[in-house]
Design a protein around this ligand. Structure first.
Ligand SMILES: NC(=O)C1=CN([C@@H]2O[C@H](COP(=O)(O)OP(=O)(O)OC[C@H]3O[C@@H](n4cnc5c(N)ncnc54)[C@H](O)[C@@H]3O)[C@@H](O)[C@H]2O)C=CC1
Ligand SMILES: O=C(O)C1=N[C@H](C(=O)O)C[C@H](O)C1
Length: 240
């Protein structure tokens, strides 16, 4: 049984609470906009691990607070990639424990591997243009989604004609276009399309709820218990 601090008690925080208690863990602290002053070193030290799902503006400070308190932290907040790199480097030194994923769903992480394999085949022929579409609920702050950026990085790794991504309607020959659609309450849909003059190949992952994200985050919390350093879904799922 782990004692868990939930930082960000919104849509994801509530799902994490539900999955964690079902798995026999205890929630010892919940933090949201209404009780930010409770995010103290003293309170964090009551927990074995913190799980952070907040906003692009707040994640950096929250993860740093966990480092300062010496508490392992699992973070799924998207939209702060520049600052994230800095904290990954800090954790890689081995004094802190940090697990980050742009998407904790097992299905999406399988989808990442399928996308990489498809890209290696596409690269041999060179006649296909890639495009990513992500569809999310209208409350989502960041665009493109963290998952779409992860997919774009995989495509750019494998396709020699591309070296980054661009958010539509902007276009650029060397950048993989990402279309971000905001629609109703969609939990998260990601589509990769490889288009040529004679055909197209489409890969799609569609989350049916937020449960898969929460389940992955709780598994990550269990995984980092007793470990030091930086970890991601490849360490947890060992899909290679
Ligand atoms: N990595 C993954 O698998 C997933 C990542 N996400 C990401 O997680 C983040 C949160 O998503 P949702 O739960 O849907 O958002 P939400 O808006 O429903 O919840 C955010 C919560 O954070 C709280 N909050 C704001 N500032 C805070 C601070 N400084 N300290 C503590 N709490 C604070 C808010 O009061 C709110 O309760 C987003 O960046 C989203 O993209 C969402 C789903 C899955
Ligand atoms: O904000 C969301 O809801 C989600 N955010 C993550 C992202 O930006 O990729 C993961 C998931 O798609 C849901």
């Amino acid at each position: 049984m782990l004692k868990i601090a939930i930082i960000g008690y919104g849509k994801m925080g509530h799902q994490v609470e539900s999955v964690a208690t079902e798995r026999g863990h205890k929630i010892v602290l919940t933090i949201d906009n209404n009780n930010l002053n409770d995010l103290t070193t003293e309170n964090l030290k009551m927990a074995d691990v913190a799980i952070e799902f907040t906003s692009p503006e707040t994640a950096y400070k929250n993860v740093k607070k966990c480092f300062e308190a010496g508490i392992p932290v699992v973070c799924g907040t998207t939209g702060w990639n520049n600052q994230l790199e800095e904290l990954i480097k800090v954790a890689q030194k081995g004094e802190n424990t940090f697990f980050y994923a742009s998407n904790f769903s097992i299905g999406v992480n399988i989808f990442f591997k399928i996308t990489r394999y498809a890209s290696t085949l596409i690269e041999r022929f060179g006649s296909y243009s890639p495009e990513i579409t992500e569809i999310h609920h209208t409350q989502k702050i960041d665009a493109p989604s963290g998952t779409a950026i992860s997919i774009a990085n995989i495509l750019a790794d494998e396709l020699s004609n591309y070296n980054g991504w661009t958010l539509k309607p902007e276009t650029s020959d060397e950048k993989i276009p990402i279309e971000a659609i905001r629609e109703g309450t969609v939990p998260g849909t990601h589509i990769v399309n490889f288009n040529s003059e004679i055909d197209s190949i489409t890969l799609k992952h569609e989350a049916k709820s937020r449960r898969g994200f929460a389940f992955g985050a709780v598994m990550a919390a269990e995984f980092i218990h007793g470990r030091k350093g930086f970890f991601n879904m490849d360490d947890l799922l060992k899909l290679d």
